[in-house]
Design a protein around this ligand. Structure first.
Ligand code: GLV
Length: 313
C-alpha cells in the first residue's frame, strides 16, 4: 500500500527527522514520509519540508505541490538557481517569536542595566556601583522588521516599559509602537533608538543595509542587536564604527560566515557579544502544526499564505 502513497519528503542538516516522521505519519496517514536525498520514487514526492537543501535537489521532484521551509527566512532557498516554480510556504512565528523576544530582552537589559560592566568588575573583584541608571522610559528600542516575529518582539519589549520604535520597508501600524518606514523614516528611527534590533528578512534591498552610513546615523551611546542574517551587516564597517566609538556595542547571533571563523575580530571584541545562531531554534511541534494545517488546506483546494519570490519573504 505504502508503495503507492504520495510522499512528503524531508531534508534538514539540523532538525531531528524522527520527530517530523512520527507526527506526519500520525496526522497525515495518506502520505508516506521519506528523506529527500534517498527518495526512491521521486515522482511521488508531493511536498518537501526543507532547511538549507543543496542547490538543485528540489528540481529533481517533478510533481511537487509545495515547498515548506523549516524556518522563517527563505533567502538561502531563493538562492538556488534551479528552484522549481512551486508555491513556497515559510514558518510564521511557530514559537520562534517568543524565543527572539527573550534573546533581545536579555540584550536590552544587559545594556541598559550595565551588566557587562559588572561582569568585568567582578572579574577584578572591584565593588563599584553605577548609580545613574537610565530610566526605561527614556531608553527607546528600535525594531527593524515588523512581520510575524518583529511585531511580537516589539510588543513584548514595550510591555517592559521601554518606548518602542518600529521600522519596516512598507508602512505598518502596531498599537503603542511608533512606526517609521522606507529610506525617509530610517534616519529619524536610527537617531532616536538606543538599541537597534535587526529582524528584517534578507532581500536584495536589505542586504548590507547595516553599513558605515547606517552605523553613523545611530547615536554614539547605542547598541546593535543582529538576529536577522549575517549578510545584513558589513562586519568590517561595524568593527570600524566600534573603533571610532560611533556606537557603543553589539550583540550578534548571525554572521557573514558561519561558523564565525576563529580569526574574526568580533570574537574577542570587548563590546561585542557573539552567539552561534541560536536566537530562535525552530520548535518542531509549532512548525508541524503549521505545516500539517497547510498541507490539509492545499489538499482541500485552498492556498496558504505564500512567499513572494520577488519580495524575498
Ligand atoms: C532561522 O534562521 C530562520 O530563518 O528561521
Amino acid at each position: 500500500m505504502s508503495d503507492t502513497l504520495p510522499v512528503i519528503g524531508f531534508y534538514s542538516p539540523s532538525e531531528d527527522q524522527t520527530v517530523y516522521k512520527t507526527r506526519l505519519e500520525r496526522d497525515l496517514p495518506g502520505f508516506q514520509f521519506e528523506l529527500l536525498e534517498h527518495a526512491t520514487k521521486k515522482e511521488r514526492v508531493e511536498y518537501a519540508l526543507v532547511w538549507s537543501p543543496p542547490n538543485g535537489l528540489l528540481q529533481t521532484f517533478e510533481n511537487l505541490k509545495a515547498i515548506f521551509v523549516l524556518g522563517a527566512g527563505v533567502d538561502a532557498l531563493l538562492r538556488d538557481p534551479d528552484l522549481p516554480e512551486v508555491p513556497i510556504v515559510r514558518l510564521e512565528d511557530a514559537g520562534m517569536a517568543q524565543q527572539m523576544a527573550h534573546y533581545v530582552i536579555y540584550g536590552i537589559l544587559r545594556f541598559q542595566r550595565r551588566f557587562g560592566i559588572y561582569e568585568n568588575l567582578q572579574a577584578s573583584k572591584h565593588w563599584e556601583p553605577i548609580l545613574d541608571i537610565e530610566p526605561v522610559e527614556q531608553f527607546s528600542v528600535g525594531v527593524m522588521g515588523l512581520g510575524a516575529i518583529g511585531s511580537v518582539v516589539a510588543e513584548q519589549v514595550s510591555r517592559l516599559g521601554f518606548p518602542v520604535l518600529g521600522w519596516s520597508t512598507s508602512p505598518k501600524e502596531i498599537d503603542g509602537i511608533l512606526s517609521f518606514c522606507g529610506d525617509d523614516g530610517l534616519e529619524s528611527f536610527l537617531a532616536k533608538a538606543r538599541v537597534v534590533i535587526n529582524l528584517l528578512p534578507l532581500t536584495q534591498t536589505t542586504e548590507q543595509l547595516i553599513d558605515k552610513d547606517f552605523l553613523s546615523r545611530m547615536s554614539m551611546d547605542s547598541f546593535l542587536i543582529n538576529i536577522g542574517r549575517g549578510r545584513h551587516l558589513k562586519e568590517e564597517d561595524l568593527l570600524e564604527a566600534l573603533k571610532k566609538k560611533a556606537i557603543a556595542g553589539a550583540m550578534l547571533d548571525v554572521f557573514e560566515r558561519e561558523p564565525l571563523p576563529r580569526e574574526n575580530q568580533l570574537w574577542n571584541h570587548p563590546n561585542v557579544i557573539v552567539t552561534p545562531h541560536v536566537a530562535a531554534i525552530t520548535p518542531p511541534e509549532g512548525a508541524l502544526d503549521q505545516i500539517i494545517g497547510n498541507i490539509q488546506l492545499i489538499e482541500a483546494g485552498g492556498l496558504p499564505s505564500l512567499v513572494d519570490r520577488k519580495k524575498g519573504y
